[in-house]
Design a protein around this ligand. Structure first.
Ligand code: NDP
Ligand code: GDR
Length: 343
């Protein structure tokens, strides 16, 4: 019998890559779908065939119980969240509800459906739970690079909510013996990244400037430093974490640091343009409290999971620019509709 996986956040960047990866491993994959006519459903269905859908919302406990009961998954990947950090200053309560309390609701749904410790059969086999934790929890970093024991000093309501989700996952593991783990993932990108995130904002703008229908690119803090990797590599780590004999939390990242300025330079260089001719600073895009620098020490994942990234940062930026050049050419042909539905 093939294993069954339930993914929340199926319509997001990571959801689609994870679904593809699990289907290739022979899983039956279910995606939790919220809303009465979510326009992103047809997009992910086009991209990943063989998906099954079940209704539910991380804001609604009963819907999660019903989804887990219907799917009876072996593995649950909780990727659903409001993931754009600036939005968490605008709608802090909503972000806390979904990104923080939503994790508790998923853990409770598992307990309600399969018993206190997540066991559901006589042989004691358990539903395994993955929580999408984030390097944003490290915030104003206490040390560089950051590893599993680095203390958290989150700088945004998003980071604070993710920190709650991280600790409640660990607490349910320790309190109830649940197989529940957190992946502390650093920034990961791809051509499927939302257009509001900085790498995709840059790759889209570079493509449109190259093709002659955008003049400039406004950015915030060019000095921010991140450890950026490829999303396709990171979903492999999520799956590996749930295949271990013992549940545990892992940092996932490349260990390489680049600034936003580096990202801009690599992207413009790739199409033969000088970034300084096009980029301006918009102070309104600078965050109320910035995370200045992040860099992963993923040694534990390398040694215990055997996980390695395969795409370096310049390669990733060039991959995204190339994809957006194709995208922007189609946009020119068919109008704005395609740009909105960016993949
Ligand atoms: P996206 O923003 O691309 O996707 C977010 C997903 O969450 C969407 O499918 C969205 O679905 C869903 N969602 C939002 N609200 C709810 C809700 N109330 N109930 C159920 N689902 C909901 O994020 P990514 O794919 O990039 O990230 C996946 C996860 O990993 C997120 O939790 C993010 O915070 C975390 N993370 C991401 C990193 C990255 O660099 N990408 C790094 C570290 C952590 P809908 O279509 O309904 O809006
Ligand atoms: P981040 O990603 O906040 O790290 O969260 P984002 O790409 O939004 O920002 C990265 C850095 O770039 C700086 N920046 C800008 N960012 C955006 N979006 N737009 C700009 O114009 C701009 N100019 C400079 C930011 O200030 C920041 O320092 C991502 C999300 O996927 C989270 O869900 C996830 O948890 C973390 O990565 C790890």
């Amino acid at each position: 019998m093939s294993k069954r996986a339930l993914i929340t956040g199926i319509t997001g960047q990571d959801g689609s890559y994870l679904a593809e990866h699990l289907l290739a491993q022979g899983y039956q994959v279910w995606g939790l779908m919220r809303g009465q006519a979510n326009p992103r459903k047809s997009r992910v269905s086009r991209l990943v065939s063989e998906l099954n859908f079940v209704d539910g919302d991380l804001m609604d406990q009963a819907s999660l119980v019903s989804a887990v009961d219907k799917v009876q998954p072996d593995e649950i990947y909780n990727l659903g969240a409001i993931s754009f950090v600036p939005m968490s200053w605008q709608q802090a309560e909503l972000v806390t509800e979904i990104n923080g309390m939503g994790v508790l609701r998923m853990l409770e749904a598992i307990r309600m459906v399969s018993g206190l410790n997540g066991s559901r059969s006589a042989d004691g086999s358990q539903m395994r739970f993955y929580q999408a934790s984030s390097s944003e929890m490290f915030g104003k970093v206490a040390e560089t690079p950051q590893c599993e024991t680095t203390i958290f000093r989150p700088r945004s309501p998003y980071g604070v909510a993710k920190t709650y989700g991280h600790f409640i996952t660990r607490n349910y593991r320790e309190s109830f013996g649940m197989y529940a783990v957190s992946g502390m993932l650093f920034n990961h990108e791809s051509p499927r990244r939302g257009a509001e995130f900085v790498t995709r904002k840059i790759s889209l703008a570079v493509a449109r400037i190259k093709l002659g229908y955008q003049d400039k690119l406004s950015l915030g803090n060019l000095d921010a430093v991140r450890d950026w990797g490829f999303a396709g590599d990171y979903v492999r780590a999520m799956h590996l974490m749930l295949q271990q004999d013992e549940p545990g939390d892992y940092v996932i990242g490349t260990g390489e640091m680049h600034s936003v300025r580096d990202a801009v330079r690599i992207a413009f260089d790739h199409v033969g343009l000088n970034w300084e001719d096009y980029v301006s600073i918009d102070p309104s895009l600078v965050r109320p409290a910035e995370v200045e620098i992040l860099c992963a020490d993923a040694e534990r994942a390398r040694t215990q999971l055997g996980w390695e990234p395969t795409v370096d940062f310049p390669e990733l930026m060039r991959m995204m620019v190339d994809a957006d050049l194709r995208q922007a050419s189609r946009e020119r042909e068919y109008g704005d509709l395609l740009l909105a539905a960016s993949w």
